[in-house]
Design a protein around this ligand. Structure first.
Ligand code: HEC
Length: 148
């Protein structure tokens, strides 16, 4: 009985989130150009703080303070909406792995704010470039604590 109530409550809560005005449902980008995205990645000096798994980019400069690799498997980025969020709202959700070196003293992301710099087309192209670099892994829940 208790289990039934918990499951019902979760369903109500989840459906509430899914259809509410704040829900990401219905979010969709037009198709971007991955090659232009790679150009934009270098042009906007994303390379100051990032490398991209399996992609050869310009060498990081000596002034680079961070080297956070994008792509591969990460629990933080699962959909292209996550990539968009990471770019236009970097402090929204920071993976524990990046909390120590990737945030300032207020806990905000050290990532530059690009919202007045990137065009929408560049953003779409960046997503088209980055998305295939991620292995979107299915997220398995386990009732055991996962040690890393
Ligand atoms: C000054 C350093 C810096 C620059 C420049 C920078 N970033 Fe970041 N970026 C970060 C940090 C730190 C994080 C990790 C913390 C977070 O999620 O905000 C991050 C996280 C990300 C993530 C999510 C990473 C993941 O796999 O979980 C993406 C995607 C990303 N950046 C894209 C970009 C793009 C595209 C640009 C260029 C337009 C850029 N970044 C420029 C510092 C930077």
């Amino acid at each position: 009985m208790i289990r039934f109530l918990i499951v019902s409550l979760c369903c109500v809560l989840m459906s509430g989130c899914d259809t509410g005005a704040d829900s990401p449902r219905g979010f969709s980008l037009p198709e971007g150009n991955a090659e232009k995205g790679q150009v934009a990645f270098t042009k906007h000096q994303c390379t100051d703080c990032h490398s991209v798994k399996g992609v050869e980019l310009v060498e990081q400069s000596e002034t680079s303070e961070l080297n956070i690799m994008l792509g591969g498997q990460t629990p933080n980025v699962k959909t292209y909406a996550d990539i968009v969020t990471s770019i236009i709202n970097p402090s929204h959700r920071i993976h524990p792995r990046h909390r120590a070196d990737g945030t300032d003293e207020n806990g905000d992301s050290k990532m530059r704010v690009y919202n007045d710099v990137l065009t929408v087309t560049e953003l779409i192209d960046l997503v088209a470039f980055l998305q295939p670099q991620y292995d979107f892994m299915p997220y398995y829940y386990t009732r055991y604590r996962v040690y890393q």
